[in-house]
Design a binder for this molecule. Sequence first.
Ligand code: HEM
Length: 424
Amino acid sequence: MNTRWQEAPTSALPLAYFAFAHVGLAAAFVVLLARPELPGGVFYQPRVIALVHLVTLVWLSGSILGAFHIVAPLALRLPLQVRAADWAWFAAFVMGAAGMISHFWLATYDGMAWSAGLVVGAIAHVANGAFAGLRRAPVPWPIKLHVYLAFVNVLAAALLGILIGLGRSRGFLPASPLRMTYAHAHLAAIGWAVMMVVGLAYRLIPMMVPAAMPAGRSLALSAIFMQTGVIIVVCSLVHDSRWLTAGALAILAGIVSFVVQIARCLSQRRPRPPALPRRDWSVWQAHAAIAWLVVAAALGMTLTFEVIDDARLPLIWWYGIAGLVGFLAQMVAAMQGRLVPLYAWYRATEARGGTLPVESANGLPSAALARIVFLCWTIGVPSLAWGLASQLRPVVVLAAVALLGGVATGGLHIWTMCRRAQAT
Ligand code: HEM
């Protein structure tokens, strides 16, 4: 790795974001465990929307913001110096997200919109640092394009969310709130989370496998197709237009282009570092997440066509859980399993004044803990989709227990890796 340790991610800020993300996701599953009847088959209700934002805002977005402070210096060659202002904006993110979720729970949308202002400020602060540094960063421009678009999309999605919130309490929305909510959800989930995961994966997957770094203008295709698709989907959802299928196909084309690029890069593998475990459970989990992406894409395409009314609601539950929990939330868990060892290794190096720790970064993960995390998510995700879609409370309880186990073990795994790095 050619990053100088002085430029490496050595602030505790990523861990603070990860800790908050773990607390938020655990809270969502504790609520489901205590109140499995809460969704009652209806996803569009304030308390479910509060739970959805524990997953999407606290877990997904919080983890992405934390991971960005690790990935930027390591994979994008963009050192992000953490100063007091970064901690202040982290505190704003925590307060804003907590405020939003409590207000969703109470269905007080004005309060939700004010709290969202803090979240927008925190995301804009990280975006500002990223935009300033990316101009000079020596990485191919198509990778930068994914990151730029991801930040623009999340800010646009957040502003749309604030507009929906204010519109619901004051009654000025130009279209049906449900349609606007679908537009917001797709802009945030695909335009932000998927776009960022895809852009960073181009750099992270070859670093971790290891394999040759993909390069060339064709890497931009995934960003261009997905962005075009997201814009068409958002406009079609708001205006109830027939272009929806075309937008969904463009997003699919972006995902296919990404998969083709990664397959090409994996065909040019480099020798494995000796300390890398034979069976890497975090990588298996990333594969499981990609399998859920395929499921979500297939269900999403199906939903763009007329589906008989009785089947539509369960299908939407399966689609939402496959995309948000099976793919995105699980990919974040997998990504933490591979990023934290690198981060812990750099922090231990800094703590020693530049002397390398005895244990290499690849020797830090615990295969036993990573396997438990993998198994918990493997049981939890399909049970959650099945339980919510079919309104089977015991299955929802099983899912909540499994996923809570996965989140708790994931948190323990992160702590273990950091401790191990400091001790060697
Ligand atoms: C500051 C940021 C955000 C704000 C202000 C916000 C606001 C909102 C609002 C107002 C709704 C509709 C509530 C209703 O009509 O009753 C909503 C729904 C939704 N949002 Fe967000 N949101 C934000 C971030 C995100 C992010 C980052 C994601 C995904 C990565 C996301 C995914 C969703 C989803 C999936 C729904 C639909 C939930 C359901 O119907 O059960 N949101 N959001």
